[in-house]
Ligand binder design. Structure first.
Ligand SMILES: Cc1cc2nc3c(=O)[nH]c(=O)nc-3n(C[C@H](O)[C@H](O)[C@H](O)COP(=O)(O)O)c2cc1C
Length: 191
């Protein structure tokens, strides 16, 4: 698949529609190396990746139960939520490793990490896998599990696997979201 085709055809697949196989080691290394190619102001690499698969996915149950302790209103729904997560073939958690002393802004560093999330999805898609990007509040059990700094945040929990069924996605025309500017005319709709 060439790059433009990968961009045009990527879509998200709900976690429950992702089955084995997950990317094998060789594919995973390619996906993560692709994520390392994002534009990175200051060459800080202000992200870390944590791969969770196999036993790690099973072990997530305890972390999830600790994270949501005392907040669960609907036990049945919560158990289904846990089940769906731990049955996901693979997850890559992307979180910031900010350099707060650097002259490059925190926003720039966070954006670079966000771009890494998208590269993971795109590279996986280009190799025939499917995925979805979720975010997650970085609190208690998760912060501890990932040994994250106080200032750092989870940018993405990317689920990966093979879609049960592939499908296309309906896309909005870019022109509805695009303007052109020059001094004389000011902002004008794209035409
Ligand atoms: C930062 C971020 C957070 C997201 N969080 C969720 C989420 O909580 N639940 C969910 O179903 N999808 C989540 N998504 C995936 C979007 O729902 C998905 O990209 C959107 O539905 C568009 O689908 P597409 O990727 O196929 O175009 C998230 C995407 C991003 C970029």
């Amino acid at each position: 698949m060439d790059a433009i085709e990968a961009l045009m055809t990527r879509r998200s697949y709900p976690r429950g529609s992702l089955i084995q196989p997950a990317p094998n080691r060789m594919a995973l290394e390619k996906i993560l190396q692709a994520a390392m190619t994002v534009p990175d102001h200051g060459n800080i690499k202000p992200w870390r990746f944590v791969v969770i698969q196999g036993q790690g996915m099973t072990d997530l149950e305890g972390v999830l139960r600790a994270m949501y302790e005392g907040q669960v209103e609907d036990e049945i729904y919560f158990n289904r939520f846990i089940e769906e997560i731990i049955n996901t073939p693979m997850m890559i958690c992307v979180y910031t490793a900010l350099n707060t002393d650097h002259k490059v802004s925190i926003l720039d560093q966070q954006l670079a990490g966000g771009a890494a999330c998208e590269h993971i999805l795109l590279a996986a898609h280009a190799m025939g896998f499917g995925g979805i990007w979720h975010t997650q509040e970085t609190e208690g059990a998760l912060r501890q599990m990932l040994q994250m700094g106080e200032e750092d945040q989870v940018l993405g929990v990317i689920s990966l696997g093979t879609p049960k069924r592939t499908s296309g996605a309906k896309r909005q025309p870019f022109a509805d979201y695009t303007l052109e500017w020059n001094q004389q005319s000011g902002l004008q709709p794209w035409a």
